[in-house]
Design a protein around this ligand. Structure first.
Ligand SMILES: Cc1cc2nc3c(=O)[nH]c(=O)nc-3n(C[C@H](O)[C@H](O)[C@H](O)COP(=O)(O)OP(=O)(O)OC[C@H]3O[C@@H](n4cnc5c(N)ncnc54)[C@H](O)[C@@H]3O)c2cc1C
Length: 377
C-alpha cells in the first residue's frame, strides 16, 4: 500500500511519522515544494535575530530517510482523484522542472497549509513584506537591515492577530539593538487587538505591554490603499512608512481551487474521520481542512494540525485493516483558542479559556520549539 502525503508542514510530518510508527510495511511518500520544514511560530523571531533560519528549519529529505519514507521535492500541480494520481512538477535541479509527472497512490493525505491574502487592497501585496514563509521572513529581515538608520523610521505592522502582535514585539527588540529611532505601528481593523481570542483581558494585557514598549496601536483602522511611501486608511487618515509588514489574513492554498471536491469557503470539507467528504481514500488535515463538529470548528494552529495528522494516519491504517475509524475531537478551536503569544523582550503569555500565565511562558514556548526541532537533527 502506498500513502502519499502532500505538504510537509506540521500536519504532513505528523501523518508520516505516525503512519511509520503504526505500519512498517507501508510505502510512504512525502511531497513538498520546499526542501526544509519550517517552524512557523518562531518566524517572527527571525526579525530580531533571536533565531536563525537553521535553528528553526530542518531538512525534509533527512527526516524522511530517518523514518523510512521517500521525500520528493516538487510542486503539486493537480490531483486526479478518479485515477488516484497526484500530478507534480519536480523542483530538484537534476530533474526536468517543467515536466509534469504522476505519482499514484492508494491513500492520499493533503496538508497544504494556507496562503497569505491581501484582500484585494490596491498596492498591499506589491508593497508589503511578510513573515509567512521562511523566504519572506528572510526578505523582511534583509529590508530592515538595509534601512537608513540616520533618520526617524516608520514601520507598520498590518493585522494585530497572533502573528502581528509577535512581529511588533520582535521589531521593538530589533530596533533597540540597532539604536535607531523607529515608530512601530500595529494596525488593526477590529475594535481591539487579538480579535480572534475571546478574552478581552488578555488582549488588554498584551496591548498594555506593547504600548509600554513604545508600539503605537491603531484599532478600528482599515487599510484602503498602499502607495509608494504612504498608506491610506478608509477613514481618510494616512501614514508614511519605510516598511510595511503584512500579517492580516490567510486564504486556502490556491491548489484547492482546481480540486472538484466538497469545500466550505474554499477549505476542504472533511467528515468526522478527517476524510474529504464523500471519499474513502483521501484525507485532509491542518489548515487545509474545514472540520466542524456540533458547531465547533477546529482552529488553524499547530496543535490541531498535529492532532489531526495523528488521527488521519490512524484512520488510514484502520481503513486498510478494516477496523472502526477514530472520530476526530478538536481541542484548540476557533471558538475556544489557546496559544503561547510572544511579546518580545523574552516574554510571552500563555492563553487558554481555563488558564492564563506569564511567568515561564516564553521559556516553555522555546522549550517546545527546541524539542520539536530535534526530530530533524
Ligand atoms: C508566521 C506564522 C506564525 C504562526 N504562529 C503560530 C503559533 O504561534 N502557534 C500556532 O499554533 N500556530 C501558529 N501559526 C499557524 C500554524 O503554523 C499553522 O496552523 C500550521 O503550520 C498548520 O500546519 P499545516 O501542516 O496545515 O500547514 P503548514 O505547516 O503551513 O505546511 C504546509 C506545507 O505544504 C507545502 N505546500 C503548499 N502548497 C504546496 C504545493 N502546491 N506543492 C507542494 N507543497 C506545497 C508548504 O511548502 C508547506 O510545507 C503561525 C503561522 C504563521 C504563518
Amino acid at each position: 500500500m502506498k500513502v502519499v502525503v502532500l505538504g510537509c508542514g506540521f500536519g504532513g510530518v505528523e501523518v508520516a511519522r505516525t503512519l511509520r510508527k503504526q505500519a512498517k510495511e507501508l510505502e510512504i511518500i512525502m511531497i513538498d515544494r520546499r526542501t526544509r520544514f519550517g517552524y512557523l511560530p518562531s518566524y517572527p523571531e527571525l526579525l530580531s535575530g533571536k533565531v536563525t533560519p537553521e535553528d528553526i528549519s530542518g531538512g525534509l529529505n533527512k527526516f524522511a530517510t530517518k523514518i523510512g519514507a521517500e521525500f520528493i521535492h516538487a510542486e503539486v500541480v493537480n490531483i486526479d482523484f478518479r485515477n488516484k494520481e497526484v500530478k507534480i512538477k519536480d523542483k530538484s535541479k537534476s530533474k526536468a522542472e517543467d515536466k509534469v509527472r504522476a505519482i499514484p497512490y492508494d491513500f492520499l493525505v493533503l496538508s497544504l497549509g494556507t496562503e497569505q491574502t491581501f484582500f484585494g487592497i490596491p498596492g498591499a501585496e506589491k508593497r508589503s513584506y511578510s513573515v509567512n514563509t521562511m523566504g519572506a521572513a528572510r526578505g523582511t529581515k534583509n529590508a530592515l537591515d538595509k534601512l537608513d538608520y540616520s533618520k526617524e523610521l516608520s514601520i507598520l505592522v498590518i493585522g494585530a492577530g497572533l502573528t502581528g502582535v509577535e512581529v511588533a514585539g520582535e521589531l521593538v527588540d530589533y530596533f533597540a539593538a540597532t539604536g535607531a529611532i523607529a515608530s512601530i505601528y500595529l494596525v488593526e481593523m477590529m475594535p481591539r487587538i487579538l480579535p480572534a481570542f475571546p478574552h478581552e483581558s488578555v488582549a488588554n494585557y498584551v496591548a498594555k505591554f506593547l504600548s509600554a514598549r513604545g508600539v503605537k496601536i491603531m484599532t478600528e483602522t482599515a487599510v484602503q490603499e498602499v502607495i509608494a511611501h504612504e498608506i491610506l486608511f478608509e477613514d481618510g487618515r494616512k501614514l508614511t512608512y519605510d516598511i510595511i509588514i503584512w500579517t492580516a489574513g490567510v486564504k486556502p492554498n490556491s491548489l484547492l481551487e482546481k480540486l472538484d471536491v466538497p469545500k466550505l469557503k474554499g477549505w476542504l470539507k472533511v467528515d468526522p474521520y478527517l476524510r474529504v467528504e464523500g471519499m474513502d481514500d483521501v484525507f485532509a488535515v491542518g489548515d487545509t481542512a474545514y472540520f466542524e463538529r456540533a458547531g465547533v470548528r477546529s482552529g488553524q494552529n499547530v496543535e490541531e494540525a498535529e492532532k489531526q495528522g495523528k488521527v488521519a494516519a490512524a484512520n488510514v491504517q484502520s481503513t486498510i485493516k478494516g477496523r472502526k475509524l477514530w472520530e476526530y475531537k478538536p481541542k484548540n478551536t476557533m471558538q475556544n483558542p489557546r496559544a503561547f503569544i510572544s511579546l518580545g523582550d523574552d516574554k510571552a503569555v500563555a492563553y487558554s479559556s481555563k488558564i492564563t500565565f506569564k511567568v515561564f511562558a516564553y521559556r516553555i514556548k522555546k522549550f517546545v520549539e527546541r524539542r520539536y526541532m530535534k526530530r530533524f537533527r
